[in-house]
Design a protein around this ligand. Structure first.
Ligand SMILES: Nc1nc2c(c(=O)[nH]1)N[C@H]1C(S)=C(S)[C@@H](COP(=O)(O)O)O[C@H]1N2
Ligand SMILES: [Mo]
Length: 197
């Protein structure tokens, strides 16, 4: 019934697949609404709210330290993909250049096209989170969020904003698009924090 693209995890991968998830070898595209078309030429990334306002051009962002990442990817619609390989910039490396206000406790991710998703600051500032511009050695395809997306491996992938263009730091929790529309506030896959009802 799952068909040939989705399968139950093998025993050796079992401990890497959260409850209720199925492995896929492809990389499905999950986008709400139209994909925006974004070119690196006039791309801008802005930080504002409970932080000193700052903007980055594409060249400035690419001048940040570059790292390689291998991470598992879990969509709340029950597909998981293991060992996705990315290149990009660690969140902690970007954040060395951002002056946070002491009252910043939450962050809203903003995107070209209008999508938003929110995170508590501790979930955002984790060492393993990154902004990706390369997927399996190729420029990140537009449908997967190119030129730049965020990846937050420890939470369901709706937190991994595609076409990200801004971070709004907040002194309280505010809900992003899916969080307002029935998804869980936090979205931890191992606890199956899928929906808020
Ligand atoms: N801007 C934007 N980012 C987004 C989404 C979206 O609709 N718009 N969908 C989210 C969801 S629900 C998932 S599962 C992942 C899917 O990423 P993919 O399309 O690269 O597989 O992106 C997340 N980031
Ligand atoms: Mo998703």
């Amino acid at each position: 019934m799952l068909g040939k693209f989705f399968k139950k995890p093998d025993a050796d991968q079992d401990d890497r697949v959260p409850p209720g998830q199925y492995l896929t070898k492809g990389f499905p595209v999950l986008t709400y609404g139209q994909s925006p078309s974004v070119s690196a030429d006039n791309w801008q990334f802005r930080v504002w709210g409970k932080a000193k306002e700052k903007t980055f051009t594409w060249a400035e962002f690419m001048a940040l330290p570059q790292s390689q990442f291998t991470a598992d990817f879990h969509c709340v619609t029950r597909w998981s993909k293991l060992d996705v390989q990315w290149t990009g910039v660690k969140v902690t490396d970007l954040m060395r250049l951002v002056e946070l206000d002491p009252e910043a406790v939450h962050v809203m991710e903003h995107c070209y096209g209008g999508y938003t998703t929110n995170l508590p600051i501790e979930d955002f500032l984790r060492e393993e989170n990154f902004f990706a511009h390369t997927l399996f050695g190729e420029p990140l395809p537009a449908e997967h969020g190119g030129p730049l997306r965020l990846v937050v491996p420890h939470l369901y992938a709706w937190k991994s904003a595609k076409w990200i263009n801004g971070l709004e730091f907040l002194d309280r929790e505010e809900s992003g698009f899916w969080e307002r529309n029935g998804y869980h506030r936090r979205g931890e896959p191992w606890a199956e924090e899928r929906y808020s009802y």
